[in-house]
Design a protein around this ligand. Structure first.
Ligand code: HEM
Length: 441
């Protein structure tokens, strides 16, 4: 058990080699049972009460029993449970359309404002590790994207109520994996979680007109839960989960992308040149241009997600199933670890271990391979994948247009914390960072 928790990916790699690297499914025995993995209900580990979880999963028996529809007017012809409806709400918020465009514009505005502030003060406002001239890469990426993420979804009120919310969130995020692995020492992480939830409770206690600017997803989650009579304390935890989901990975994608870019002056020049036309003075940034006309930026993000993408899709076997000639017993848990797919030599070739964005330029269809799964797949395919990439692209394009960015000193390249379980993108090991000098262009 302990080797898995210390380095799950490493243990799976060793097991794969033991089976002669055939890449066929195999079982790992944990804690004595023939389990393929341990899954714990995410919401329950965050602290949502059993009665609220019951309300979330209960499917209405008929139209009269469909309290959410009756009280809110939301159409629900298939009589879905609230958790099934939530998946639909996420898609309405995050797949291209009016609600998505509005959210995108908010992100753009907040990222732009933060970078202008960095421009005038020549450093990011919240960079504690930075002195007057130097900026910590980690703190820069965290402060700008988490500020934008919180404001774009909740309006400005949440940060007015608790300006230190990003700090509490990060303390929680760094150790949140301990929640579902029953780790013994969790005092700091739990204290940080309580702080975040307390702020969410204060937010919910305010009348709506005193907390304007919430995104559709926040509004609809609150409205539907109140309709079901779910207590405010549970709603606060569910909204904290939303804050976690929307912010847990994206700043890490940005961190690694910038770290690699700053190490490769040729690639940096190419991406600065290809993204420049997306920025129209006085008219903001053209997001479609960044998405569709910047192949090297796209390739950089694809490669970062390949190397550092460490999610695992987990599925419960509910009917007799066979994969690769192996029968999977009903009731067992199957895990598909992205890292194992992303380092498949037969797909990525002999340079599989190298950081080489050009592989995605050479082979346009590589992102469609079943061995490329940074955002999971199937029923729980990440609905935030477009937004995450766009947040990072906006930051990179604006930062390269506004600043000459250089690494200060002889810092070695940050080492990823491969031992720590993550829900998406690996963190660097504690203390691994780069110090930057930003000079306005
Ligand atoms: C680099 C950034 C991100 C990465 C690597 C990432 C990765 C993932 C992964 C691996 C899953 C689970 C898929 C599975 O179990 O098969 C997931 C689910 C999810 N992600 Fe993301 N994500 C990112 C950013 C975002 C953002 C910005 C949002 C929202 C704004 C978001 C919203 C969600 C939601 C709501 C789910 C749950 C989907 C479901 O269970 O139906 N993600 N993400």
């Amino acid at each position: 058990m302990i080797p898995y928790l210390k380095n799950g990916s490493g243990l799976i790699s060793r097991a794969r080699k033991y089976f002669n690297d055939t890449r066929e499914p195999f079982a790992i025995t944990l804690t004595g049972g023939k389990l393929y993995f341990i899954v714990r209900e995410l919401a329950s580990s965050f602290g949502v009460s059993n009665s609220a979880l019951y309300e979330f999963s209960r499917q209405p028996l008929g139209e009269k029993d469909d309290v959410v529809s009756r009280k809110t007017g939301i159409k629900n012809p298939r009589l879905k449970s609230l958790s099934q409806l939530n998946n639909d709400f996420w898609k309405q918020q995050l797949l291209p359309g009016e609600r998505y465009s509005e959210l995108q514009e908010r992100f753009l505005g907040y990222i732009e404002t933060s970078l202008i502030q960095a421009d005038t003060s020549n450093k990011s406002a919240t960079c504690e590790a930075a002195n007057h001239e130097h900026t910590s890469l980690m703190e820069w990426t965290q402060s700008v994207l988490i500020d934008a993420g919180v404001r774009a979804f909740f309006g400005d009120k949440l940060l007015e109520l608790e300006p230190d919310l990003p700090k509490h969130f990060l303390k929680f995020n760094n150790e949140q994996w301990k929640l579902w692995h029953k780790w013994p020492k969790t005092t700091q992480m739990r204290a940080a979680k309580s702080q975040c939830i307390k702020t969410m409770q204060q937010y919910l206690a305010l009348p709506k007109h005193e907390r304007p600017g919430a995104a559709y997803m926040v509004e609809i989650m609150e409205t539907t839960q109140r309709a079901l009579g779910i207590p405010e304390d549970d709603i606060a935890i569910v909204l904290f989960m939303l804050l976690w989901t929307t912010n847990t990975n994206t700043y890490k994608l940005l961190f690694w992308a910038l770290a690699h870019l700053l190490r490769d002056p040729g690639l940096l020049a190419t991406i600065r040149e290809e993204t420049a036309p997306a920025i129209k003075p006085g008219k903001g940034v053209s997001i479609p241009y960044l998405t569709d006309s910047c192949p090297w930026l796209s390739a950089l993000l694809n490669e970062v997600l390949r190397i550092y993408g460490d999610a695992s899709s987990t599925r419960l076997v509910t009917a007799p199933t066979s994969i690769g000639g192996k029968a999977l017993p009903v009731g067992s848990c199957v895990v598909v670890p992205a890292q194992q797919l992303h380092f498949n030599r037969s797909i990525y070739g002999p340079d599989v271990n190298e950081f080489a964005p050009e592989r995605f330029i050479r082979s346009k269809n590589l992102t469609h391979s079943s061995s490329y799964r940074p955002f999971g797949g199937g029923i729980s395919y990440c609905p935030g994948r477009l937004l995450a990439r766009q947040e990072v692209s906006i930051f990179i394009a604006l930062a390269l247009a506004r600043f000459d960015v250089e690494i200060v000193g002889e810092r070695k390249f940050p080492v990823a914390d491969k031992g720590k379980p993550t829900a998406g993108v690996m963190s660097p090991k504690p203390g691994e960072d780069l110090l930057l000098r930003l000079s306005p262009r």
